[in-house]
Ligand binder design. Sequence first.
Ligand SMILES: [Zn+2]
Length: 364
Amino acid sequence: MRFIILIICLLLPLQSAFAAVDIALRGEDPVRLEDVYQQDGVPSIAIEDAIDAVGLTGHWNSISHTFRIKTKYGWAEISPASEYLKIADEYYPLEHNPRFIDGRLRVTDSFILNQLAQLAGRSIYFRNIDPDADIAPEKKPNVLEKLFAFLLNKKISKSGPLIRAVAIDPGHGGLDTGVISTSGYKEKHLNLEIAKKLAKQLKMKLGIPIYLSRDGDYELTMEQRLEPATKDDVDIWLLLHAQVAFSPEFSGVTLYVRPDEVATDAHSGGDVETVASDSMLLAQELRTALLDSAIAVRGIYQSSRLSLGRGSLPTVQIELGFLSNPEELQKLQDPEYQLLMVQALYTGIRQYAKQSKEKTDGNN
Ligand SMILES: [Zn+2]
């Protein structure tokens, strides 16, 4: 008997390794899901659990080999073989493939925050209880882990000019087009256009080096993508992307920061005071500057998306807008609007630099 208890005690810590998420439609009580796998900070949640938590229904169709979700737009389908979500005859790209793990089809937080929120017709509250827990069926050594370690160990300059250099990653490139508008306009082109213009502004006005992960239309390895961010003098890392939604109404800029860096929750009534991370401060300054330029901002969200990496380097992923919104699509392609956007981003960066300078000077 004692022997059995001993074995149970030895097994317990393994069994109860902690990965859990809270999900709810914004404003409702969250449901805690504990059948969650997690690798490299990306949680994989069973699709049935996720749709149930946001009041949708669906089922696995073993003939078409797809999981079908009932929505107001019709049946939405995902499948383990595909990188797309299908509604009617339209395909929408997903950041991560749905995968079968432990007998259940699973999606990541990116699916829940983006596609599922749109299917549910409301924004979704999502919290990863422990983004650092790694619970995956097979753990293989990961090149990315090593690269992210660079970011983790980065020393941020606390003397001299507040921003020494900026790294910008224009998402996608080459065969990897990113999202595409119905008219055929590709995200990869927008990302590069904005990145080049922003780099020019920053170089001109701040006189500091700007490192782009790509300066043309070609594909990058993950190493190449991360390389600029690992340079010694880089104090800010910006990742540029754009989105599509099934509903043409969605528009505006969305800002993402790492989940371990969340600041005060505007919905909590300000009871809890949390010190905002540098990434969050940067995101807040970007939001203010964009709003001042009359560019709509949907919000600042914490996300464990892999692209953001880990660590302390102030990093913001900027979703520049929705290529699925005809009006916004037109604006995003307009050089004047691009310049407005770039100037706002520059102002946000400059304000952030000023603010951290004051903070640092105050400490000395
Ligand atoms: Zn993208």
